[in-house]
Write a new protein. Sequence first.
Length: 438
Amino acid sequence: MTAWAAPTADLPISATVELPGSKSITNRALILAALADGPSRLTGTLRSRDTDLMLDGLAALGAGLAFADDDPTDVTVTPIPPAADTPAGTRTVDCGLAGTVMRFLPAVAALSTGDIEFDGDEQARHRPLGTVLDALRTLGADIDGDRLPFTVHADGTLPGGPVTIDASASSQFVSGLLLSAARFTHGAQIVHEGPPVPSMPHVEMTVEMMAAAGVAVVTEAGPDGTVTRWSVAPGPIRAVDWEIEPDLSNAAAFLAAAAITGGSVSTPRWPAQTTQPGAQIVPILERMGAVATRSDDGLLTVTGPQRLTAVDLDLHAVGELTPTIAALCAVAEGTSTLRGIAHLRGHETDRLAALSTEINRLGGHATETPDGLVIVGTAPENLRPDTWLSYADHRMATAGCALALVVPGMPIDDVETTAKTMPDFPAQWAALVGAGTR
Ligand SMILES: O=C(O)C1=C[C@@H](OP(=O)(O)O)[C@@H](O)[C@H](O)C1
Ligand SMILES: C=C(OP(=O)(O)O)C(=O)O
């Protein structure tokens, strides 16, 4: 694998970027469609490694998939047939490194029949998963194993009922139970006990999409006002024609390109309202000195300042944005503190360790704290180019690319890992500076 000669911006960037569909919305829509009471059509579907693994996993469980001839993002999903019509036997699900696949599909598998063997990338075997498998066992599932690889032995029904979990390591534990809960015989009453659940907007996304599919989630908040209980009654999941929003977490990298070069990046179809935590990149870039506008027809434009300003941020709810923000902090004026993100140690890689190692390799100043990073910014000209390692993490790769815009000659190792959520990333990134892929 050769390192990618990521482009440098000789001039402030001025570009418009069309973003593919949201990974998180696509994979939720696919699960709900596979469990629905009729066929659902998805348009603007993200086609990337994570979403193709979800498509393959659902197909292995019996869902039908029909793609439009001229548009791979237009797919009609026929739900998994009732247990009696599902062929028994052993099936396999490859989770790759996708949190949404490894945490959302086991409950769907438990409603299926036969033995379903789950595995994934070597790195995926270290991601937290036991909580969701233990919860499914409490709800009546027969599952061997506590992490990848594991096997679900299914007989077509799952009793469901009450379950208490500690979802402080990942919001996906809650979402993964909720998405299938209406199909459990007694629904599910989920209680979270433990330190606060991260990425709560992603749980709100789950709840909102379930409501669109006719499934009410009754929530109850703890003393601090944060929801810690979710209850779903048994019942049908309605088929919905889903229009997938653009991926705002992937947008973050491109908007960061404007911010770091003092240039301007626009992106169309920016939703006026969304549960995607990626939307928070806009106020964060504004705090760092950028200017953002959104036109009535949804064109978002971010224009960067001469020099970014350091920030003190709690990113607990929007942890996905951390690699991009950390890259900006490395060249901002002043010392930045990013907190509330201990759970990032269980993401694609230990992102706190990876970010501090790579920033420091360039001569920057990043220190890990128990729940985040402290980054002393320095002018880009003080950084020395060196290969930026991606650790098989798409967001590490895109963060490195942002720095490479202002640190000439900085190769990115394994840029192909961006295919996890955006296969076209290298080409679209190169187009930002008008360069071809070198
Ligand atoms: O449910 C989802 O679609 C996601 C939830 C979050 O996971 P964590 O709660 O594990 O951070 C987020 O980081 C991930 O990229 C996508
Ligand atoms: C944490 C992420 O992904 P996953 O869905 O694999 O958890 C991410 O995309 O930043």
